[in-house]
Design a protein. Structure first.
Length: 240
């Protein structure tokens, strides 16, 4: 395995390791600023690969913030490895995420982020968006980088296979194909409205956790994803 590095928006880098056994890429996103942020830590097994990839962009010990979409091995498994490698770094995740996992597991006290709260990084601004159970996890939340209109969207739009680093093509069809395989999304009355709220940000870049970064009309993609999940939820409610 190897970890590739691609700049997908100004100062935002996709770090991607394709794991053939899983049939998925596992991506992290590095936001370079005065206080750099790593979104997703990656699995502990691939930490050396991801660490070396980060070092091709900035010194690893410069990382100031570590965040992830929800507590799960591929999002947060290497959390403490990164805290060891970056002595000034702190984990910053949702308040629920701090309560149910991070406070107990982190080497250092994590920072709790409230819905709509921003991290001023020096040259970049990240806004935290609480998205409970979207796509899954009570503690779920995403980050939106305001200067580049980039939504770091975690497991949303998961697609199977190694489909390159960046796309401007369809990411909704492949996402529903993956959903049919994995059934990973929590379908609730709030799923579609949460996605439509994200669409209001009008993102120009979507940083997928499992798939290529998308460049284009991110709002349209999010609305189409919302429509598809709303239809699935309605069918499920009607059939019991």
């Amino acid at each position: 395995m190897e970890t590739s590095v691609t700049e997908v928006a100004s100062g935002i880098y996709r770090l991607s390791t394709y794991v053939e056994a899983a049939g998925l890429p596992f991506n992290q996103y590095l936001v370079v600023a005065e206080e750099p942020v790593l979104f997703h830590t990656g699995l502990r097994q691939i930490f050396p690969l991801v660490r070396d990839a980060v070092s091709r962009v900035i010194p690893v010990d410069r990382i100031r913030w570590i965040s992830y979409g929800h507590h799960e091995a591929d999002e947060s498994g290497a959390m403490n490895d990164w805290l060891d490698a970056a002595p000034r770094a702190r984990v910053a995740v949702s308040g629920i995420g701090v309560i149910i996992a991070a406070r107990d597991l982190c080497l250092r006290e994590p920072r709790s982020l409230e819905d709509g709260e921003t991290l001023e990084l020096g040259g970049k601004t990240l806004r935290f968006l609480a998205t409970p159970h979207v796509p899954h996890g009570w503690d779920a939340g995403l980050l939106y980088e305001e200067t580049t209109a980039t939504l770091l969207c975690g497991d949303l739009f998961t697609q199977m296979g190694d489909n390159g680093a960046v796309t401007g093509g369809d990411i909704v069809g492949p996402a529903f194909a993956a959903e049919d395989t994995y059934g990973a999304t929590a379908l609730t009355p709030r799923t579609a409205p949460t996605l439509r709220r994200l669409a209001e940000l009008q993102p120009r870049t979507l940083g997928l956790m499992h798939g290529p970064a998308f460049q284009g009309d991110g709002a349209a993609a999010l609305r189409d994803l919302a429509d598809g999940y709303e239809q699935r939820f309605t069918r499920m409610a009607q059939t019991g």
